[in-house]
Design a protein around this ligand. Structure first.
Ligand code: GLP
Length: 259
């Protein structure tokens, strides 16, 4: 199963993941990162900033999880813009080495395959950062997504559009479609790190980690991965039946094991 780490706050989670990313880049300057958007990964990017001072990041590559379809790439809430603003620019990454799925409607039927090919050509993703939606989606793989799915176009649920309306003027401005790495794509990354904070994520986290494997809860796919780490604060951990065991395990973790 995934390793569950319950931390005091978002900053502690960010520090844990940032330390691991710096370690990876130190071992391989051409590390390939799987980048997530949304509010959840922000503490990771914030913690990375000071840690990357003096680190050569010129060869680091990155692939975003998903993008809205039909949104102007220059729109401030396109994931391309979000990744540029929150990750590429503050961390000094080379923009030409960071990719977001192409959400332009023109040729959309080919974009998924092209994205898969680009990830494969980069040698696969070393560490994939993940958030989780309140309906259990990861990336934009809404309930019902196949565990074998690859990068493709999906229709967003009403719940996700409502959740994401806070980034737009109104829910009507939230795109109806998206292009997202599939669950099968995500499962091929070498290390999955799923983060969740706050009571609103508690039910989705418990279902993903302790519930049955089911396409109805796409986050449960992480149970299939040999190296998945789930980092949650106390509120997001509040529905976990075995929280005490996870605390005990982490407290007794051998020093030589990273996350
Ligand atoms: C969005 C993104 C996901 C993200 C999720 C949670 O729809 N496509 O990648 O994990 O919603 O967002 P947040 O972290 O803001 O709660």
């Amino acid at each position: 199963m995934a390793e569950i780490v319950i931390v005091h706050d978002e900053a502690a989670a960010g520090a844990l993941v940032a330390d691991e990313i710096v370690r990876l880049i130190g071992a391989d300057p051409a590390t390939v990162l799987g980048l997530a958007t949304g509010s959840t990964p922000l503490p990771v990017y914030e913690a990375l900033r000071p840690r990357l001072h003096g680190v050569d990041v010129s060869r680091v590559r990155g692939f975003a999880l998903d993008e809205y379809v039909g949104i102007d790439p220059a729109h401030p809430e396109s994931y391309r813009s979000v990744i540029a603003r929150e990750v590429v620019e503050p961390l000094g990454l080379d923009p030409s080495r960071i990719r977001t799925p192409d959400g332009s409607a023109d040729g959309i039927e080919r974009h998924g395959e092209e994205y898969e090919a680009a990830i494969a050509e980069a040698g696969g993703i070393d560490l994939q950062i993940l958030g989780i939606g309140t309906d259990g989606h990861i990336g934009f793989n809404e309930p019902g997504s196949s565990f074998a799915s690859r990068t493709r176009v999906k229709t967003l649920t009403e719940q996700t559009r409502r959740d994401n309306a806070r980034f737009f003027d109104s829910i009507d401005d939230v795109p109806m479609h998206c292009i997202t790495q599939g669950l099968g794509t995500i499962l091929r990354a070498r290390h999955l790190v799923l983060l969740a904070f706050g009571e609103g994520k508690a039910a989705a986290v418990a279902a993903a980690v302790e519930g049955p494997l089911t396409a109805s809860l796409p986050g449960s796919a992480i149970q299939l991965h040999p190296h998945a780490t789930v980092i949650v604060d106390e509120s997001a951990a509040s529905h976990l039946a075995r929280a005490d065991y996870y605390r005990y395990t982490y407290a007794n973790k051998p020093d030589w094991q990273g996350i």
